[in-house]
Design a protein around this ligand. Structure first.
Ligand SMILES: Nc1nc2c(c(=O)[nH]1)N=C([C@H](O)[C@H](O)COP(=O)(O)OP(=O)(O)OP(=O)(O)O)CN2
Length: 154
């Protein structure tokens, strides 16, 4: 598992509560990877290589950006007026659940290509108390993933 930290803004389109306003979080994302074999050193994937690949993608696309739902035209218009503007359009609301799903299903296959390792679980912490995760249910079928969320009391 490798932990990556980043900050991003978002709003939950149609949420109906305070989270439909623009706001930001200091996110923590945990990446759990598996491989069919270990290398001669005993590694599935060098933690630093894992970090370089997933953090590289996050730094380029999500860190210090706003995550916006594709149907949220109003947010896209508003953010486009800001110079310089930096936002990332997602095919669904940027909840912690959907961020974990996107990282697992879209980002990780691309970022880990050629390593022999694959992400099987991504956990996104939105606050110190709340996380959501997406995981591959059938480890031989990457299309078969599920999403859960949890709030814990510390
Ligand atoms: N299942 C989910 N529920 C909510 C999500 C989410 O991603 N998945 N996100 C939000 C908001 O982004 C919100 O900022 C976080 O909500 P909340 O836990 O209420 O945040 P606080 O820590 O600020 O809670 P307070 O107790 O009100 O301080 C909402 N729900």
């Amino acid at each position: 598992m490798r932990r990556i930290k980043f900050c991003a803004g978002h709003r939950l389109f149609g949420h109906g509560g305070k989270c439909e306003h623009f706001h930001g979080h200091n996110y923590v994302a945990d990446f759990f990877v598996q491989g069919d074999s270990q290398d001669d050193v005993g590694r599935v994937l060098d933690f630093s290589d894992l970090k370089k690949r997933v953090k590289g993608w996050i730094d380029e696309h999500w860190d210090h950006s706003f995550l916006i739902r594709d149907t949220d035209e109003n947010a896209k218009q508003a953010l486009s007026m800001v110079v310089p503007s930096r936002f990332f359009v997602m095919p669904y609301n940027p909840t912690a659940e959907n961020m974990a799903k996107y990282l697992l299903e879209e980002m990780c296959p691309e970022a880990l290509q050629g390593t022999g390792a694959r992400a099987v679980r991504v956990r996104v912490w939105e606050t110190d108390e709340s996380f959501a995760e997406a995981a591959i249910q059938n480890q031989h079928d990457s299309d078969d993933s599920y999403v859960t969320s949890e709030t814990i009391s510390l």
